[in-house]
Design a binder for this molecule. Sequence first.
Ligand SMILES: Nc1ncnc2c1ncn2[C@@H]1O[C@H](COP(=O)(O)OP(=O)(O)OP(=O)(O)O)[C@@H](O)[C@H]1O
Ligand SMILES: [Mg+2]
Length: 452
Amino acid sequence: MKKLSILIVDDSYDMLEVLRRQLNALRYATFQASTVSDAMDMLKNARIDLLITDMRMPGLDGMHLVKYTKAHFPDIPILVITGFPSVSGAVEAVKSGAMDYLSKPFTARELEAAVEQILRQRYGKAALPGKKEETQAEAVHYHGIIGESAAMQELIDLIERVKDTKVTTLIQGESGTGKELVARAIHYSGKYHNAPFVPVNCGAIPEDLLESELFGFVKGAFTGAQETRSGFFQAADGGTIFLDEIGNASPAVQTRLLRVIQEKEVKKIGSNEVQKVDLRIVAATNSDLQAQVKQGRFREDLFYRLNVIGIQTPPLRDRREDIPMLTHHFLDKFAQEFSRPRPAIAPEAMQALKTHAWPGNIRELENVVQRALIMSDGRIGLQHLPGYFHSPSSEALPDDAALLPLQEVERRHIEKVLQAVEGNKTAAARILGINRKTLRRKLQQSGPDEPE
Ligand SMILES: Nc1ncnc2c1ncn2[C@@H]1O[C@H](COP(=O)(O)OP(=O)(O)OP(=O)(O)O)[C@@H](O)[C@H]1O
Ligand SMILES: [Mg+2]
């Protein structure tokens, strides 16, 4: 099958190079242009299946290119890349015909997901490049969500229930547990997937700008409002607005949100004209919103309006059975990305991954696997994992261990590791960073039930 070709436009050569490599690793053919006029030439002369363009470029900017493409090559889908100062530029771009946008910085995975979604939508699944080998992980992923544990099954069932509705949903979970992934899955698996998905990071946009970014403003509404602008809500009409880190919304924003949810209408700042909007709100937070309600920092009525459907993303330590599958998935992904053969992983390294506490959840696992791949040659061993995996650490200990004698802490820790490796002393010694003899001695000291 012919490869799909993607035209990448960015004035930074570094960025072009990064994008080119990532897209080639995903088996797309690429064309690059560092100016909008070069890009226009290429559109005329080459067969392009997708345009990816930066917004801010000297001379003619990305918006110009979006409009040009829409006018002359309406069949070519467009993905826009923006840095923070131009978030509202992204809204304009989406309104002018871009299908999705990525804000910098984004990960290779986010790029992959955005590109795949657009191409699948436009050309059908069959047009997408096949994965090199079907791995176990790929067999069970649901819109990028990997995991077979009961907790993940429950999560996927819930997504299935809400995806075709416009019911307001609140996703709560620790950092790195996949809240954004779930929000995207809800949108892209449901019947409104052809409408826009508009993510807004309420924590990253300065408080005094958030209101105008969300709802838009009319000319003269405040100093600096030189023209009338739409906000994210208007841009998401018909689709989904994803309000990430909702716990950071100011009281003013909270009040306006309540109004949108209740009345299904928005008002631009400085205007009395109401605009009807028909969209789904998905909000997410890793802070304890109930606690914020109790402290009077988050409106209780808004909390209940958002939490019509509550989705919890489980921490990784509560679904350890998914760790091998996730590990293999990330190994495949990074091996492809770095164009390296996929390394094997030693059983004791896998054991260590399975027993780690994972305070940073899946994002932490992703980073650890990436690092291990870079550090290793062909086989990942314990030594390729960060130091805290092979030296005794306090991190894995329960809080109540803080006031115990050292020997007792050590005994408990050894027991825990032994349990995790199902009594395999060689593996336990390796995880603990001591030799078997030392381990045997320590076990003899701590209890009479050691036969050897
Ligand atoms: N079940 C999963 N399967 C595969 N990848 C996952 C899964 N959950 C999360 N990830 C990956 O882990 C990373 C973190 O996920 P995501 O950004 O969705 O987390 P989050 O809950 O929004 O975190 P934060 O609160 O820090 O914003 C992403 O790269 C995501 O693709
Ligand atoms: Mg997030």
